[in-house]
Design a protein around this ligand. Sequence first.
Ligand SMILES: [Fe+2]
Length: 138
Amino acid sequence: MNMYMSANKCFHQYIKNNFDTEDEKIMHKLKHTYQVVNNAKYICEKLNLDELNTDIAMVIALLHDIGRFTQAKEMQTFREDITSYDHATLGVKLLFDNNEIRNFVSNAEYDEIIKKAIANHSKYIFDEKGLSPLEILD
Ligand SMILES: [Fe+2]
């Protein structure tokens, strides 16, 4: 089983255990998550990215909005302008503060790229400083 497949299994369990999948906001975010996964796969194919990096990209796509589910449950809104609630930062916290990421990805080797991608994904402009060519797909 590749990294994405096992992460996806855990992701399903995580959502089932922690959220109401009948809730419209949760359903919306689940749909969005898998659209992003499919888009990531499509882009990787177009870029002829190798299998490992495609796998990593799909894991990132799967986990990129993990903070949104908690946000939906706790705040009942996705409007960050009125709540000053940053779901990308929350996602990083949820996955890395207590090493929760190990439940999704057993190999720690890709933690940095996963963390950076999630932290940066909601920014309109992100600072490329400190990111490798692979991390920005330069
Ligand atoms: Fe997001």
